[in-house]
Design a protein around this ligand. Structure first.
Ligand code: ADQ
Length: 500
């Protein structure tokens, strides 16, 4: 998988957070637990094999004892963890401020929610400089440096100021917005110039890549884009860099294997028996305005109004994972969701019997999450915009009976790969989503099998290990024609509802 790295080169990963969670033991010493996300699963084996470093914020404000705890966590692993210290003000202005009150809404096409506070930008630059300094002190020119996500877009530019010539690549996990939206950013030129200091810029989808390309072509005279395929070449003065789209996958095998655990199976069976043979519709989302939860609930209400035969035959279990509740917008969103759930349940519940929406607001254990995935007959994944959306892929991987249906927003990155076999919907179209619910409910089992089998095959073939491999190949390949466009690619200005 990692044969593309230069022979002596280590892998240096840089992300906002380290891949471990720190907590205090009863005696006050720090203990660490390895995170469980797909990125961690994919990159830790490469780090173990090649050696390397993961640089990121520890997630705690204290510094005493943290370095020692991180050293203990990687004693015999062959790689090291390097913490970046952030104080409370930096967390507020860099993380909650610039990253989550500006870039997050703007890049999800919700510019009216942005708070373009100039102080946020200054702290973002300072914190990115700190990451770059730690990177400069801990890497050498043969290393392959891989920076992740929107919190750290300035790191390459800051690193170049230290005269570093290391190979430095970037992957954006969230969407890249269209030109008309991107230009609202007061620091649009600074940010584009900073991104162009990377050697490879990776996006989730061709659509994100094309948005970036249009911004660069329109706003930066000195940039020349060339190439035909999925990985393009950009010349900026005497520098040449690359950009490409690499849809992130999941550790599909691990999900499939865990989904057939007896404990998961028993819980899934219990869930279904409690729903008395109704079809279970599942939503699992972090509390976030990009996930389209109020519109999804309105769509369910619309389906129940227009298709009375669905009464008592379907139940929506909507799981909302608590997130950023101390931010007023998120707290308001939670209130809105809870009011809607109350209204819809008030409208349709039959006392002593059917309740159309079961609302769960808490973190789930892994067994619970997998049991919900496995038990559900239909998944409703309807974000207004999403870089990829891993829940859609995890749901399919866990649908081991292969008789379930995925309803997916055409504005989720995952739709580029799953569009042929999911039921694609526009999340803003309440009647359209309601029709998709009705369609999914009535879909016969032969069609369900055929669609879900193909979805699972795609997800299995393009898993997280395939993604790491494709990214590293694009970084080091000498011949970019090895990256042709997909056969169903839609030409540049042709929007046919297909999310490239
Ligand atoms: P993320 O929020 O990191 O987003 P997303 O794709 O939204 O990832 O998936 C959510 C993840 O949370 C899933 O992996 C799911 O299993 C997990 N999860 C669900 N319930 C949980 C729980 N109770 N506790 C802990 N984890 C839970 C960013 C972008 C996405 C992109 C990903 C990956 O915003 O668009 O898909 O990165 O690139």
């Amino acid at each position: 998988m990692d044969t593309h790295l230069s022979p002596s080169g280590r892998l240096v990963v840089v992300s906002n957070r380290l891949p471990v969670v720190l907590a205090k033991d009863v005696d006050g010493t720090w203990v660490t637990r390895t995170g469980s996300g797909g990125l961690v699963t994919a990159l830790l084996p490469v780090l173990r094999h090649r050696g390397g470093i993961w640089i990121g914020w520890s997630g705690v404000n204290e510094v005493a004892g943290v370095d020692e705890a991180l050293e203990r966590a990687t004693d015999d692993t062959g790689y090291t963890l390097k913490g970046v210290a952030l104080n409370t003000e930096e967390v507020n202005k860099f993380y909650l401020g610039f990253s989550n009150e500006i870039i997050w809404p703007l890049f999800h096409d919700l510019q009216s929610l942005c708070n373009f506070d100039p102080a946020y930008w200054r702290t973002y630059c300072e914190v990115n400089r700190r990451y770059a300094k730690i990177l400069a002190d801990n890497s050498c020119k043969d290393d392959f440096i891989w920076v992740h996500d929107y919190h750290l877009m300035n790191v390459a530019a800051e690193l170049r100021l230290t005269q570093s010539r290391a190979h430095i690549a970037f992957f954006l996990h969230i969407p890249f917005p269209p030109l008309d939206i991107f230009v609202k950013l007061p620091w649009r030129f600074n940010l584009l110039r900073a991104l162009l200091e990377y050697d490879l810029i990776g996006f989730q989808t061709l659509r994100d890549q094309r948005n970036f390309e249009q911004c660069v072509r329109t706003l930066m005279d000195e940039v020349c884009v060339s190439g035909q395929g999925q990985v393009l070449s950009l010349r900026v003065g005497d520098r040449v860099l690359r950009m490409g789209s690499f849809p992130i996958g999941i550790d599909s095998n691990a999900f499939e294997k865990h989904a057939i655990d007896p404990e998961v199976g028993a819980m899934a069976e219990l869930l279904n028996s409690q729903l008395s043979n109704r079809q279970l519709i599942l939503g699992v989302d972090r509390l976030d305005y990009t996930k389209g939860l109020p519109l999804r609930l309105e769509a369910l209400r619309n389906a129940l109004q227009r298709y009375p035969e669905l009464h008592q035959r379907i139940t929506l279990i909507q799981v909302v994972i608590p997130s950023r509740e101390d931010i007023p917008q998120y707290f308001d969103l939670k209130m809105r969701i809870e009011r809607l759930v109350g209204e819809i349940n008030g409208q349709f519940t039959r006392p002593g019997g059917w309740v159309p929406i079961h609302y769960v607001f808490r973190n789930l254990t892994r067994v619970e999450l997998l049991a919900y995935y496995r038990a559900a007959h239909i998944a409703l994944v309807t974000p207004l915009k999403d870089g990829m959306n891993l829940v859609a892929k995890e749901y399919c991987a866990c649908s081991v009976e292969e008789d379930s249906v995925l309803i997916l927003s055409e504005f989720a990155g995952a739709a580029a790969q799953l569009q042929n076999d999911a039921l694609l919907v526009n999340p803003y179209d309440i009647e359209g989503v309601a029709d998709a619910i009705y369609h999914a409910y009535n879909m016969d089992v032969t069609e369900r099998y055929a669609r879900m089998r193909r979805l699972r095959t795609t997800i299995r073939e393009q898993d997280i290990f395939w993604w790491v491999d494709a990214y590293l190949r694009a970084a080091f390949a000498t011949d970019l024609s090895a990256f042709p466009l997909p056969e169903d690619f839609v030409p540049h200005d042709d929007f046919a509802g297909i999310p490239y």
